[in-house]
Design a protein around this ligand. Structure first.
Ligand SMILES: Nc1ncnc2c1ncn2[C@@H]1O[C@H](COP(=O)(O)OP(=O)(O)OP(=O)(O)O)[C@@H](O)[C@H]1O
Ligand SMILES: [Mg+2]
Length: 338
């Protein structure tokens, strides 16, 4: 038995005082990770409003994990037990997080065009826009920003644009809310995205556009989808690639697997000439350092179709994105049939 399985069994014996059943009976251990001497655990609690029960359970978890088993750190979170029926808990959904170190390298553009290409290849796709620091995903997807509605099941109805379902932090942000409040809000918001959004039952791919940086959001994502695969976006410029490597290492530390590196704004074609405006080699360098593949180089280009950032199927970049989507489908679906 692995260390994690042993720990899970042990914690499974603890009682949820709010319904007097063990955590194992409640199937309440939603997420469990061991990172060195620190344990991260997410528990579904039967009565989320019973503060006394939470307190007791928290104390017993800490006692078992720290005093009995000798771990030093405990990160504990509760969520309502009933929320288990989220569509995104389904086994056969592939999650692809699009991350970078530096901002402005084209994450959101890549995420949206990749989603569109997957859709064009017949896949059912959703986008979670998790960029808290001012997302432009709604603009990229040609959508206006307005609060989403709820349906009769009291679930949030995701927006649907170009055949892709989408939910964005931007739809929930209060205007003028200072930036510093956004980080702590995100975890709560992600919870809604994963449990309270009425995603299409048939969803096969969920693309997650992450904010720039290396830290907290990846941790939050891990709480909900430990099996998220990361695509790291960089430009050819050393300043971008250096930070991209850090983002990659951070993702790996959290045990996210890395699907590969995308080098965006790689070159500009002018007639027969290829101009390397942002230098060269960044993508390859990041891929080498992370021991993964440079899956795609994407040149500088503007859509001809009049869209803000989405490329048509016949445009050069549209074709490139189809190729990228094809490669990723092969990798991801091969992995999951093994
Ligand atoms: N291949 C490309 N060719 C030309 N322009 C591009 C390309 N990729 C992205 N851009 C442009 O660069 C800008 C930044 O792109 P985008 O918003 O996708 O980056 P981002 O990494 O998501 O940024 P942020 O960190 O702010 O979320 C946008 O104006 C976008 O239209
Ligand atoms: Mg973005």
């Amino acid at each position: 038995m692995t260390e994690k399985e042993q720990l899970k069994n042990k914690l499974g014996e603890l009682i949820d005082p709010s319904n007097e059943k063990t955590l194992a009976e409640n199937d309440a251990i939603r997420h469990l990770a061991i990172d060195g001497k620190t344990v991260t655990v997410l528990i579904g609690i039967a009565d989320e409003h019973n503060d006394e029960a939470k307190k007791t359970l928290r104390r017993n978890l800490a006692k078992t994990i720290k005093r009995d088993l000798g771990y030093e750190g405990l990160k504990l979170d509760f969520e309502p037990l009933k929320k288990k029926d989220s569509i995104l808990q389904k086994k056969n959904i592939h999650y692809i997080g699009v991350a970078s170190g530096k901002g402005g390298v084209g994450k959101s553009t890549v995420a949206a065009n990749l989603a569109l290409a997957l859709k064009r290849l017949g896949k059912k796709v959703g986008i979670i826009d998790a960029d808290i620091y001012g997302s432009n995903m709604p603009i990229i997807m040609d959508m206006e920003i307005r609060p989403p509605k709820a349906n009769e099941k009291e679930k949030i109805i995701p927006f649907n644009k170009h055949g892709i379902e989408l939910i964005s932090t931007e739809f929930f942000m209060e205007e003028g809310k200072p930036l510093m409040w956004r980080g702590p809000m995100l975890s709560k918001m992600l919870e809604h995205f994963f449990y309270d959004v009425d995603w299409d039952e048939e969803t096969e791919y969920v693309i997650i556009d992450l904010p720039p940086g290396t830290g907290d959001v990846a941790i939050d994502i891990q709480r909900f989808i430990p099996e998220c695969r990361m695509l790291i976006v960089t430009t050819p410029h050393p300043s971008a690639s250096r930070v991209a490597v850090k983002a990659g290492f951070a993702a790996r530390q959290l045990k996210h697997s890395i699907l590969g590196v995308i080098e965006n704004m790689s070159y500009l074609k002018q007639g027969d000439e290829v101009l390397r405006i942002f230098g060269e080699g960044g993508g390859k360098e990041v891929a080498d350092k992370l021991d993964t593949a440079l899956v795609q180089q994407i040149p500088i280009g503007q859509p001809e179709s009049g869209h803000h950032s989405l490329f048509g199927v016949k445009e050069e970049l549209g074709v490139l994105y189809l190729g990228l989507a094809n490669k990723l489908i092969k990798t991801v679906e091969k992995d999951s049939t093994q």
